[in-house]
Unconditional design. Structure first.
Length: 172
């Protein structure tokens, strides 16, 4: 007797689910005419054509630049004009004085500190970090960077990712 009740309950559940599926099918079949299309094929083509073309490069741009405005406090970047400066020969090292390990690397050197959040809200700070990360990726993809410069940019990228992770984990 118990098995018969279970079988009847299962059949009634299947019948109810079938009825819900039929209602959903009727609603879907009515969509093209609700939007003024004569056939389902025309409606499907219109939906496909309305979808934005997604590319990896565009998605990054939309996520970082368009979705989040840059903070107003950020100063505009100015173009750096290269100049030619005469270089004098380095003096001969004095005995017992160690020579510097690394010569100065100039403008290609990566920043050492990650921008701080300060008064920025999380969204604006995310945009600042995203801009810095984009700049870092461009620098790392530059051909012919000296090893020390590339290493410095890679370390800066690591620090930026840590800042993103701290931002994602929320307030401590």
């Amino acid at each position: 007797m118990n098995l018969q009740n279970q079988l009847n309950a299962g059949r009634s559940l299947v019948a109810r689910l079938q009825q819900e599926i039929d209602q959903a099918r009727h609603a879907l079949a009515a969509l093209p005419s609700e939007y003024g299309y004569e056939s389902t094929e025309e409606f499907i083509q219109a939906v496909i054509a309305a979808q934005p073309k997604k590319t990896r490069r565009r998605r990054r741009t939309v996520t970082i630049a368009a979705a989040v405005p840059l903070p107003a406090a950020r100063a505009p970047e100015t173009a750096v004009v290269p100049t030619v400066v005469p270089v004098t020969a380095a003096p001969a090292p004095v005995l017992g004085q160690a020579a510097p390990l690394h010569p100065p690397l100039g403008a290609d050197m990566a920043p050492t500190a990650v921008p701080e959040q300060g008064d920025l809200n999380e969204t604006a700070y995310h945009a600042v970090l995203g801009g810095e990360l984009t700049k870092t990726k461009e620098k790392l993809s530059t051909a012919g960077l000296p090893a020390a410069v590339w290493t410095a940019w890679r370390e800066y990228e690591r620090k930026l990712r840590e800042a993103f992770n701290r931002l994602a984990s929320g307030p401590v």
